[in-house]
Design a protein around this ligand. Structure first.
Ligand SMILES: Cc1cc2nc3c(=O)[nH]c(=O)nc-3n(C[C@H](O)[C@H](O)[C@H](O)COP(=O)(O)O)c2cc1C
Length: 187
């Protein structure tokens, strides 16, 4: 019987992260997964900064760039990855309209590989963009921040407030393919 790829089926953004350590070797494998993602002209426009929880000062500085509820999700995160897209093609310096798209393909490879390893990742677009660009000394003419990615093993569920339950319901719902897939057929 045809069935969905299990890492795609099981991937979820963590709602709580365990204290269990994530090794540098595991993180390296996540980046190996990013490395094999497809990209326009094989440009591989993604760049990653990352920080392990063990580098406490830098880790806290990065956490401080997050906004809203994201500080809750990263409690116990073992590493934070920051994904960045190079805006122009390297070979001709012209605008690469696929740069963010391709960076997200690499991020999704990371998510799938993480799932395969029993890990979870949460991508986060909720961070202070200006502060983050300054913190990473990014030339914003050339680079665009994509998402911050929290990495860890799934943790025990925390007590659920109404807001968290609402977010959980929101995360679990999926559109039906009939609402976003349109087959074109010959008459
Ligand atoms: C580009 C992007 C940005 C996101 N930003 C945030 C964020 O700032 N905060 C957050 O809690 N989740 C964020 N998410 C996670 C989504 O909320 C989550 O993927 C969605 O609710 C589906 O849940 P699931 O990943 O568990 O299947 C982001 C996901 C993506 C792909």
């Amino acid at each position: 019987m045809l069935k969905l790829n299990s890492a795609i089926q099981n991937r979820r953004s963590p709602r709580a992260i365990a204290e269990k350590s994530v090794t540098n070797e595991m993180i390296a494998l996540l980046f190996e997964a990013a490395r094999w993602a497809p990209s326009a002209m094989n440009e591989q426009p993604w760049k990653y900064f990352w920080v392990h929880r063990n580098s406490k000062n830098k880790f806290d500085e990065v956490l401080n760039l997050l906004t809203g509820i994201n500080s809750l999700w990263v409690e116990n995160a073992q590493a934070i990855i920051i994904s960045v897209a190079r805006k122009n093609y390297e070979y001709n310096n012209k605008l690469n309209r696929n740069a963010l798209h391709d960076t997200d393909a690499a991020n999704f490879s990371i998510a799938v590989q993480a799932t395969e390893m029993g890990l979870q990742v949460r991508q986060m677009g909720g961070y202070d963009r200006e502060k983050a660009a300054a913190y990473f000394k990014l030339d914003t003419e050339k680079y665009e921040l994509a998402t911050f990615i929290a990495v860890g093993f799934p943790g025990e569920n925390r007590p659920q407030t109404e807001e968290l339950l609402q977010r959980k319901r929101q995360s679990e719902s999926r559109k039906n393919p009939k609402d976003f897939v349109f087959e074109m057929k010959d008459e």
